[in-house]
Design a protein around this ligand. Sequence first.
Ligand SMILES: [Zn+2]
Length: 171
Amino acid sequence: MLYSLFSIYNFKLNYPANWKVKLNENASLLSGNVVFFDPDGKESIYITWNELKKAKEKYTSAKEHAQASLSKMVNEKINYRKIKVIEQKTMQVNLHEAYLNHIELSTLKFGLIPLFPKTIMHSLISIFIHCEKSQRFFVIIGDSHPNDAEDLKEKLQQALKSFNCHFSLME
Ligand SMILES: [Zn+2]
């Protein structure tokens, strides 16, 4: 697969070259989000970043941050149903100790007739990164149907391998 380089506000990563990219219009150095998605809308990778101090007010580590975020989803049962934890692990991303949650869940989507909601299955792989060097935290989320999870994993791995959250262009 051919990859392209995405870089903005001193972070960068590789994403599949045939995917689309949508940057949040209020994005800045300290906060924002960007989503990469395939043309069929089957797979997407979402990245959000914000000031590290905001995360540090509540969590001592990326792991704690990841676990709290999962508990929050479990408690929001109205929006997310049948959450199944597939994998949780510590990993290295760009020399930071990061934490990964892989879960499966279903969401309800109402169509034209709101009485008959449609259940949509998702596989969500979230990686939480606390970067002291740039004083930001990043959450990278891969979203697909569970059937497409293996395909997405490959792209997510490439994104993580190439991810750099604290390079600088200072002269
Ligand atoms: Zn970093």
